[in-house]
Design a protein. Structure first.
Length: 478
């Protein structure tokens, strides 16, 4: 039987239960409930009485407030994601999969800050001092005056920091290793994570120090994930990337001092993380000549335009239910495009397996990619390669109509800068540009016209697939 003073806390979502269960009722995670001590009641069973509070001053919206000063790390991709630099006294969570490069990013940022004369402290709870030193040496940062400690005890960390004049930046790597002896729970549990974060955030606010918290994304629910502390910090950045690729993306998902949706692009090399100033060039870098099934999407990531290649493969299916495999895009959005192509354009892909991949391992979240996806699908089906120097963007409605999307001008400019000659955009978007667009526009009024445009490039000759039994490929009514 459970002790009266313990509760069971899901390490994945933080829900509590009075009894252990194999599966969390709230989030459905398996084997994620861990016994923790319940919060201690107030001494003597007293409850705070209502109506005894202090009178607070109510003020208007208008008033002179100082603009927060920014602490620039010198890593421009990081500073931009933060909204122009780190804000003193703020708490920033940097989440990401284990091994993605969080510690590397933190160490590089701290070292650059130290070289600029800032006092910075690196508390490593995962790696020993020697390991961090070795890494610093490999990155050529040993000379930077970063103060280093390998420590996980929260009280010891706070005492150490409390004695000295406050540093400008403290990094705690990772916050999941930090534990407080006053809390009766194992390190890495929800109670410990919350208590550690709360204490460090309080330290940041009271001392005007920027606190960087590293948090590992966990899937198994054995240690509590960074999602649980997102609400406690001022800014949340996720470090993403594909292990198979070298580039990494720092994405702001919450920021009280700057815009969200902003991304920073890095490349992981032998010498650590390098900034990528021209991400479109990186994602389109290994693009060869025009091939059927590929289309270049002119997308936006935050305030920055980003060109990526959408690759599709449509092949006759031998399965009862054809396969739809999507990497880097939304599967239900693909289903919608397939349905619109079928219903409004007579392009039926019911008998085909459909594979969709966003080149370079990037994840696209914009509906603006609809047009590029539709064109790539038809291009693959027909074996008709789109012109290599064309980009596409626009949203497809369920009616088959094409809708303009925001920030068309920035997308066009980026495409022109990278040497593209034609942009395929929804017709309605044309009237939005006051000035002459920097490249030739093709503006189909609906999806059916787009299909006809793709069809005009005809099947490529000498395609390898023609060696096999040729499937009937026709488009009715287009
Ligand atoms: P790390 O920063 O330790 O990841 P995290 O803190 O998110 O767990 O980075 C680990 C990976 O980065 C590791 O697989 C090796 C790679 N790496 C490089 O490729 N080059 C480098 O210069 C460094 C320091 C790491
Ligand atoms: Mg690490």
């Amino acid at each position: 039987m459970a002790k009266a003073s313990s509760i069971y806390v899901c390490q994945s979502c933080g829900a509590t239960a009075s009894r252990w269960a194999g599966r969390c009722d709230n989030c459905g995670a398996w084997n994620s409930l861990v016994e923790e001590a319940a919060a201690a009641p107030l001494p003597g069973g007293v409850r705070p009485r209502a109506g005894k509070g202090r009178r607070v001053e109510l003020v208007g919206l208008k008033g002179a407030s100082p603009v927060p000063a920014r602490l620039r790390s010198g890593i421009q991709e990081l500073d931009r994601v933060a909204g122009g630099g780190l804000v003193p006294g703020s708490a920033v969570l940097i989440g990401g999969d284990p091994g993605i490069g969080k510690s590397t990013l933190i160490l590089q940022a701290l070292a650059l800050l130290a070289r600029r004369g800032e006092k910075v402290v690196y508390v490593s709870g995962e790696e020993a001092v020697d390991q961090v030193r070795l890494r610093a040496e490999r990155l050529g940062l040993s000379d930077a005056a970063v103060l280093l400690a390998a420590e996980t005890n929260l009280d010891d960390v706070l005492t150490t920091l409390g004695d000295a004049p406050s540093p400008s930046v403290i990094a705690v790597d990772s916050v999941q290793t930090i534990w407080s002896p006053q809390i009766d729970a194992a390190p890495g549990t929800v109670s410990q994570l919350r208590a550690g974060t709360e204490a460090l955030v309080r330290f940041a606010k009271s001392r005007g120090t920027t606190v960087l918290l590293v948090g590992h994304v966990t899937k198994e629910g054995q240690i509590a994930g960074p999602k649980l502390i997102e609400h406690m910090v001022d800014a949340v950045f996720y470090f993403e990337g594909d292990r198979g690729h070298h580039f990494r993306i720092l994405r702001a998902v919450k920021n009280r001092f700057g815009p969200t949706d902003e991304i920073g692009v890095f490349e992981m090399s032998d010498g650590g993380l390098a900034e990528v100033e021209n991400p479109s060039g990186l994602f389109l870098g290994d693009r060869s000549a025009a091939t059927p099934g590929a289309a270049v999407f002119a997308g936006m990531e935050g305030t920055r335009p980003l060109l990526v290649e959408v690759q599709t493969l449509v092949s006759p299916s031998t399965l009862g239910t054809p396969r739809r495999a999507v990497v880097g895009w939304d599967g239900s959005r693909l289903a919608m495009i397939l349905a619109v192509l079928d219903t409004h354009c007579g392009v039926g892909l019911g008998g085909y397996d459909v594979y969709l991949n966003v080149a370079g391992g990037l994840r696209i979240r914009e509906p603006a990619a609809d047009l590029a996806v539709a064109a790539a699908l038809v291009s693959s089906l027909l074996g008709a390669a789109l012109p290599a120097d064309s980009v596409l963007f626009g949203e497809v409605a369920l009616s088959g109509a094409l809708r303009p999307v925001a920030q068309g001008e920035a997308r066009l400019k980026e495409a022109a800068k990278l040497g593209f000659k034609t942009a395929v955009v929804p017709e309605a978007a044309k009237s939005e540009w006051k000035r002459n667009p920097p490249l030739a526009l093709h503006a189909p009024p609906d999806l059916r016209s787009l299909v006809r445009w793709v069809q005009s490039f005809g099947p490529a000759t000498g395609r390898p697939r023609e060696a096999g039994p040729a499937p009937a490929r026709s488009i009715a009514g287009a």
